[in-house]
Design a protein around this ligand. Structure first.
Ligand code: ATR
Length: 292
């Protein structure tokens, strides 16, 4: 019998999850169906319980229901507990297991697809909302040292305090970042949706600072570089367009750039693994989505 899965959100018509999971199923020979379901804003719980009754095996959960999914789960993985949000539910008899695969998806995309090792790296995580909570623990587990910056500074300190037991993490305002450099800068704010840029301190232009014979002493040179260390990766969790943050990173001399498409496919692969215990090959699907 074909096993049924779905993604629930509001809105949902834009979701690429049905396409991704259908490709995973085809590639791995798994007999399953995967559909997009629009839940009313006050109807997430009923939608999930109806699906459970109908024999559905699991669902992905997207905006704005990740916190409700966290509350509905009868069991939570450690990473879902840490994120205080759930993007994957697995139905197991009467149990509803809640997981969060967003952070694992980000780390796999950075480490395997972009070949950027996080162990020992200084990561600037911008934002202190749901997206930042979802990725903080997997980044710490990968060995990164995290500075969280947020417009509302209090929220950055609060996030850092929540995760402090798991590794090296501190909160900051944007203005206090001036003079610091990072190996990896991740945009987990919703700024890109509004075509705006978090208020990052700006260095001198990259061409000036990357000159082979800089007219400055080393200290001066570093001061003019801005927040991106040499060989830095700039990562925007949004996908589908060149965001103001990625443009800023180019201008400021970051070396590597990525949007969130790889993370989207990798978090889906992680959900697929939770449900089916088999890992799909993500590379051909990322490549295919780039062409759409
Ligand atoms: P999400 O679930 O996508 O993280 P959220 O919980 O609403 O959404 O959080 C949005 C985050 O983006 C917040 O950290 C917000 O900063 P504030 O807490 O100061 O509001 C951040 N954000 C949104 N627009 C931004 C902008 N233009 N510049 C910087 N940060 C921004």
């Amino acid at each position: 019998m074909t096993d049924r899965y779905a993604v629930i959100g509001n809105p949902i018509s834009h979701s690429k999850s049905p396409l991704i999971h259908t490709q995973f199923a085809y590639q791995t020979g798994q007999d399953l169906s995967y559909e997009a379901i629009l839940a009313p804003l006050n109807g997430f719980r009923n939608t999930v319980l109806t699906l459970l009754d109908e024999g559905c095996r699991g669902v992905n959960v997207t905006v704005p229901f990740k916190f409700e999914a966290f509350q509905l789960a009868t069991q939570l993985t450690v990473r879902a507990q840490a994120a205080q949000a759930v993007n994957t539910l697995k139905f197991d008899g009467t149990e509803i297991i809640g997981d969060n695969t967003d952070g694992a998806g980000l780390v796999v995309d950075i480490e395997r697809n972009l070949e950027f090792t996080l162990q020992g790296k200084r990561v600037l995580l911008m934002g202190a909302g749901g997206a930042a909570y979802g990725v903080a623990l997997p980044l710490l587990n990968a060995g990164a040292t995290i500075m969280v910056a947020n417009r509302t500074e209090d929220k950055a300190h609060k996030l850092a305090a929540v995760f402090a037991a798991h590794g090296s993490i501190q909160g900051s305002s944007y203005i206090a970042l001036a003079g610091s450099q990072f190996d990896c800068v991740i945009n987990a704010t919703s700024s890109s949706l509004a075509d705006s840029l978090p208020p990052l301190p700006r260095g001198e232009s990259a061409s000036l600072t990357s000159s082979p014979n800089p007219p400055f002493s080393i200290g001066e040179n570093m001061k003019h570089r801005g927040i991106f260390a040499p060989n830095a990766l700039a990562y925007d969790m949004m996908y589908g367009k060149e965001t103001p943050f990625l443009l800023f990173a180019k201008e400021q001399g970051a070396a590597q750039f990525a949007d969130g498409l790889g993370m989207l496919v990798e978090q889906a692969a992680e959900s697929f693994f939770l449900w089916r215990n088999i890992r799909p090959d993500t590379a051909p699907i990322i490549a295919k989505l780039r062409l759409i």
